[in-house]
Design a protein around this ligand. Structure first.
Ligand SMILES: Cc1ncc(COP(=O)(O)O)c(C=O)c1O
Length: 1011
């Protein structure tokens, strides 16, 4: 196995060669190759070509075979394979004599433009699907390709892969040696059957350097598959396996990656069940060949690095592949090809149609016939957050209460229910798309008393007897095997008493109606209230001492085939499954009923059904880490806040026209956080309403109409708040600035009108000029409204002394200052409780909203006594909902939670940590040109070196982060700022997760812009 890679021709020689044989002039670039010499030719007129010079002593039949194959592929086809270019003498190949006198063959092909698969990041499931399709198009075309040529070089033929056995000694590490040996043995065992699978000519080397991907960064496509140099006549499944191998490399979950290739492949070329059965091993054997060849080459061809090109990745992958359950992989591939995941699913279904076993036979001591279907799904509002992750007695009490109220029924349910209850690390993994949790429940639970005797409903043999968690000595798990004619299946009984107390033994034949054991106590029961977990399985996979009772949502269709609905054999009417609304349906209905400028976040919107702390959770139980929702100030659905609201709502909700202590308690608590000068408060229902009232107060107090606002400022959605929101009136659909509104350039020292730390004065000057201009027209000002950190404008921190100095100008002209704290208030900025306190000023009016009710609609306006007194002009101020007892008690608990849990301090500490981590990231990825903000009110900006904004990259980043399970949002006048303003319970671990995925996305192709 020699290599020619060192035998080089000079570029001049190549140019001459091309000119003599093909008649065109070109420039030359060397490409890499295993045996052949490959070049890229750039001609002036005809474009780009690919030149291959075969090694000396190449069999002419081989060259002819290759050109024939390429010609066949390029005939009437949608395939994008390289086409043969005819030589001057009209042939698809040519030849010459090299310096040493050897005849050398050469061939020129059309060039397929694009990037190599090995260089693409990210490789998405969609791209893998498209790759599968492209590979299948080749198979389809080659199916009727005929040739007598037999490629002598058969080492890469998977069906011939057992040659690797004699080189096992070359594999250095014993761990890999063991894995390789076991794959070789398994393959050998099935070889006779394997050899009978469908054969055809195949590409045989769809590796990551032979797949050409388009240059489109945002939606890359497969441009073509090149290099048919290893093409042979062999089992078709081998090409699927090879394609899978390279599409699985570098992925966290190779099986999922492979499944997407297979799905794409099968959509074009239908795979047969017998072929799929061998796919797992064929993949393994391709890796075995690859690793063995690298090991040999390390010894025989030390200098040629190309030969080792994918060795590390192959070793990593074989180690991972070894941990993938072969049966599960086969079922996943079957599912991807439209077969039932488990081969016996249909048989089981047919058998079960006429069965009607009695569930009551499992617990004959219970004299109840009905079932009450309990809803423990993620969206269940029966399962309040306070019952999750809490001492079990809370949940147990709730179940016991339900048992009493539904005393004629057995509380039960849960088949394929997405549950949020499984929170420990045992239930989560880092997959190709971020962290995923096992949430889909595979059995039915029956809530019964501890010690309830459990019997079997049909004859069986004890296959497994173990403890649910042997380390902690939890309760028993028994699996029985049932045989019926040509079908075998299993029934599982979980959460029994400790196995030591169980009399049955593995291998015991158990007759229908016999007792297996008794139900365990809570402490024997994974610390859950006693219940029987009953599950059916068509296979035990490789589990000897355990069996999963929950699966990942992404694998639901596979596991639901392995574990059929137990109710198929019982047919109890009330044990039905829950129904789900599809996301597509919800989108359609939104479009039908709601105004269409009600926008949805993300290119592919997400459906959220539960919030908890710093997480939002979708209906499949996928947890998203939330860096966006500052309204959920003290954590999504904070238990104390929820409880306070629920309790108050259950006794009274009226309005401010009656005496009630809640409004007083809340007023006191809020006003205590303000300087003495701000001593009056009005309650409203939203931030917009608060600003609306603030403007009324300001105009009423000053008798003036003209207001100073800021570029990028947003203050609400009502008529007058849109009028003062430059972000809106100058944005899309905006009607421009009203006569009495006067905007000042956004004081952005990074990318604004004036930059640098000294530019504060220049911005102050802008305000002074504006005020002078108003006065010069014989008018005066009502005042100025500003956010202490401008949010929608792009998390713009006000420059030093800017607010203090502008306020002096406003004050001097008898205007008022409104500080809009709707985003920044309640401790979010960390150092201070209110944003204005960062600037050493005391405004005249402060508006509050968003975080105040942690999601409940409540807002407020705080002002001086003088302003309030003047507003009291005879016209009643009344807001139907403002200040009602429910809203007030909710806001009280928000304030209490901030204090009790030290959330302001947390905002400061974690905010500083995020900021410093982001700064580190920005050193490595200079596309992040600025990191700013205070506490947990941060932003980072994506620009070129010349500070040109990069909104497309920003949008890409936000959407990709969402796919990895991190919710982020972008804003700013140029839509190039990512805002970080999570619930204040966000912690350092969350930051590490955020930064981990951020770094990952920043490495992806669309983020690689020339700065
Ligand atoms: C600074 C600021 N002011 C006012 C508002 C309006 O508040 P709401 O949506 O509660 O009416 C918002 C909302 O985003 C805001 O960010």
């Amino acid at each position: 196995m020699g290599t020619e890679a060192n035998f080089n021709f000079s570029f001049k020689e190549i140019q001459k060669l091309v000119n003599t044989n093909y008649g065109f002039t070109c420039s030359v670039k060397k490409l890499y190759g295993e045996k052949d010499l490959n070049y890229r030719l750039l001609t002036k007129k005809e474009g780009v070509y690919y030149l291959k010079i075969y090694p000396k002593n190449t069999d002419l039949n081989f060259v002819r075979f290759q050109t024939k194959l390429l010609n066949h592929l390029s005939k009437k086809t949608e395939l994008k394979t390289p086409k043969n270019i005819l030589s001057k003498s009209g042939l698809s190949y040519s030849h010459f004599r090299d310096k040493k006198g050897f005849i050398r063959y050469l061939r020129i092909n059309s060039w397929i433009e694009g990037r190599l698969w090995s260089k693409i990041n990210p490789i998405t499931n969609n791209l893998r699907f498209e790759l599968g399709k492209e590979a299948a198009l080749i198979t389809k075309k080659l199916k009727n390709f005929k040739s007598d040529f037999a490629n002598a070089e058969m080492q890469w033929d998977i069906s011939n892969s057992l040659w690797t056995k004699q080189y096992l000694k070359f594999i250095k590490r014993s761990s890999e040696k063991k894995i390789i040996k076991s794959f070789q043995n398994d393959f050998k065992e099935g070889l006779t059957k394997f050899k009978k699978l469908r054969k055809s000519f195949i590409h045989n080397d769809v590796n990551d350097n032979n797949i050409i991907v388009s240059n489109s960064l945002y939606s890359p496509e497969i441009n073509g598959i090149i290099d048919f140099g290893d093409s042979i006549n062999t089992q078709i499944i081998n090409d699927v396996a090879i394609t899978c191998v390279y599409a699985m490399m570098k992925s966290k979950n190779p099986l999922e990656a492979g499944v997407n290739v297979v799905k794409g492949y099968n959509s074009i070329f239908k795979l047969e069940e017998d072929e799929i059965e061998f796919l797992y091993l064929a993949i393994a054997m391709r890796l075995v060949i690859s690793i063995t060849k690298s090991s040999i080459n390390k010894i025989e061809n030390k200098e040629n690095k190309y030969l080792l090109i994918s060795e590390d990745e192959a070793i990593k992958l074989i180690n991972k592949w070894d941990t993938v359950n072969q049966e599960l992989a086969t079922y996943s591939f079957r599912n991807a090809c439209g077969y039932t995941a488990h081969p016996n699913e249909s048989k089981f279904n047919v058998w079960s149609i006429n069965r009607a076993f009695k569930i009551a036979d499992i617990f004959p001591s219970i004299d109840k016939k009905n079932f009450y279907n309990i809803d423990l799904s993620v969206s269940s509002n029966w399962l309040e957050n306070r019952f999750i992750d809490k001492p079990i007695n809370l949940f147990e009490n709730k179940i016991n209460w339900l048992k009493k109220s539904e005393s004629n029924s057995i509380i039960s349910g849960g088949y394929l229910e997405p549950r949020i209850l499984y929170n420990s690390n045992n239930y989560s993994r880092l997959g190709n798309n971020g962290i995923e949790n096992r949430t889909i429940h595979l059995g039915i639970d029956f809530w019964l008393k501890k010690n309830t005797p459990i019997h079997t409903f049909m004859d069986g043999t004890v296959a497994v007897k173990t403890n649910n968690n042997s380390e902690k000595g939890y309760g028993g798990l028994v699996i029985l095997e049932h045989k019926i004619k040509n079908l075998k299946f299993y029934s599982l009984y979980g959460h029994l008493c400790n196995v030591k107390k169980l009399k049955i033994k593995i291998g015991d034949k158990i007759k229908k109606g016999s007792k297996i054991g008794v139900l365990g106590n809570s402490n024997e029961n994974g610390n859950w209230t006693p219940h029987l977990h009953f599950q059916l399985m068509l296979s035990l996979l490789n589990f000897k001492n355990d069996f999963p009772g929950v699966c990942y949502y992404s694998e639901k269709s596979i596991w639901s085939s392995i574990c059929p609905d137990p109710n198929k054999i019982f047919k109890a009417k009330t044990l039905n499954k829950n129904h789900e609304d599809s996301d597509e349906l919800l989108i359609k209905m939104r479009e039908k009923y709601l105004g269409e400028n009600l926008s949805l976040s993300y290119n592919k919107p997400i459906k959220i059904v539960r919030g908890k702390g710093q997480y939002l959770i979708n209906d499949h139980g996928r947890k998203y880490l939330d860096t966006v929702n500052n309204i959920a100030h003290v954590g999504h659905e904070n238990e104390k806040v929820v409880e306070a609201g629920q309790k108050q709502m259950s006794i009274l909700n009226t309005n401010t026209r009656y005496l009630h202590p809640n409004i007083i308690k809340l007023s006191e608590k809020i006003l205590k956080t303000f300087p003495k000068k701000l001593s009056k408060i009005y309650f409203v229902n939203s931030g917009s309403e608060a600003n609306e009232l603030a403007i009324r107060l300001m105009k009423n107090y000053t008798g003036q109409n003209d207001i100073i606002v800021f570029e990028g400022g947003y203050h609400g959605t009502t008529n007058s708040t849109v009028e003062i929101s430059n972000y809106k009136y100058m944005g899309k659909g905006g009607k421009g600035e009203s006569k009495h509104i006067h905007s000042i350039p956004m004081p952005d020292v990074f990318r604004g009108k004036y930059t640098g730390s000294e530019s504060s004065k220049e911005y102050v000057n802008e305000v002074a000029k504006k005020v002078d201009n108003i006065i010069s027209k014989g008018k005066s000002i009502a005042g100025m409204i500003i956010e202490p950190i401008i949010s929608c404008g792009g998390q713009i921190e006000l420059p030093n002394n800017f607010l203090k100095n502008t306020y002096q100008i406003i004050k001097k002209n008898k205007g008022l200052l409104i500080s809009d704290e709707i985003q920044t208030g309640f401790g979010r900025v960390g150092e201070k409780f209110w944003g204005f306190q960062l600037h050493n000023v005391i405004p005249d009016i402060v508006t509050l909203g968003k975080p105040m009710g942690n999601g409940h609609p409540i807002g407020a306006v705080v002002c001086t006594k003088e302003i309030a007194d003047k507003f009291n002009n005879g016209m009643e101020f009344f807001s139907s909902f403002g200040g009602n007892p429910v809203s007030c008690v909710i806001a009280i608990s928000v304030l209490d939670e901030v204090k009790k849990n030290n959330l302001q301090k947390n905002a400061k500490v974690v905010g500083n940590y995020i900021k410093s981590e982001l700064k580190k990231v920005s050193k490595k990825f200079p596309i992040i040109s600025n990191v700013r903000g205070k506490g947990l009110f941060l932003g980072f900006e994506l620009t070129s070196n010349k500070l040109n904004p990069l909104p497309d990259q920003t949008n890409y980043l936000v959407n990709r982060m969402k796919e990895y399970g991190i919710l982020m949002s972008s804003d700013g006048i140029d839509k190039n700022v990512i805002k970080i303003k999570p619930p204040l319970v966000f912690n350092k671990d969350n930051t590490d997760t955020l930064i981990y995925f951020l770094r990952k996305v920043l490495k992806e192709d669309p983020m690689q812009v020339k700065l």
